[in-house]
Write a protein that binds this ligand. Structure first.
Ligand code: HEC
Length: 136
């Protein structure tokens, strides 16, 4: 009987780990773009010639600002449903797996109080902007 109980606990821990890492992996696959901060070598030539979108220095820019003007807040609510697994979006909301994101635009990167950020994010300088938050 006692072992049965321990099995239940072990199973609960395994399922929790599976859900956490599984969700994280899926989200990484769906959202992350692995671009090195500094390219290992400079590729000579014109990026545009290869069909790549031109990216102004600073990582993005006018495109996202233009897109914001016709953005649909209701769609945005739907789009962040996944993020809410780990982030709260309301003012003064709790830190969950990730930090509260209320007012994150204009806020210093990796500076939410009480959050133990990874070195990758802590190493980033400056504030979050629409540009550096925009995917792509
Ligand atoms: C599996 C949990 C999880 C999900 C889902 C998730 N995040 Fe996060 N997020 C984190 C963690 C953990 C951090 C802190 C990362 C670090 O320390 O490097 C973070 C950090 C951030 C930050 C930086 C915050 C700061 O204070 O600098 C932003 C912005 C952010 N996430 C946006 C999003 C958005 C938008 C989504 C949905 C598309 C999302 N996150 C989905 C866990 C998650």
């Amino acid at each position: 009987m006692k072992y049965y109980y321990l099995n239940k606990i072990a199973m609960a821990v395994l399922v929790a780990l599976l859900l956490f890492f599984g969700a994280r992996t899926l989200i990484n696959i769906a959202y992350e773009e692995h671009e090195p901060e500094k390219p290992g070598f400079e590729v000579a030539g014109d990026e545009k010639a290869h069909g790549g979108a031109e990216k102004p220095a600073g990582g993005g820019g006018s495109e996202i600002i233009a897109a914001l003007q016709t953005a649909d807040p209701a769609q945005g609510e739907k789009d962040v449903a996944l993020c809410k697994v780990c982030h709260s979006f309301d003012k003064g909301g709790p830190t969950m797996i990730g930090p509260n994101l209320y007012g994150v635009v204009g806020h210093k990167i990796a500076a939410h109080e009480g959050v133990n950020y990874t070195a990758a994010l802590k190493g980033k300088e400056g504030d979050w902007t629409f540009e550096n938050l925009a995917p792509g």
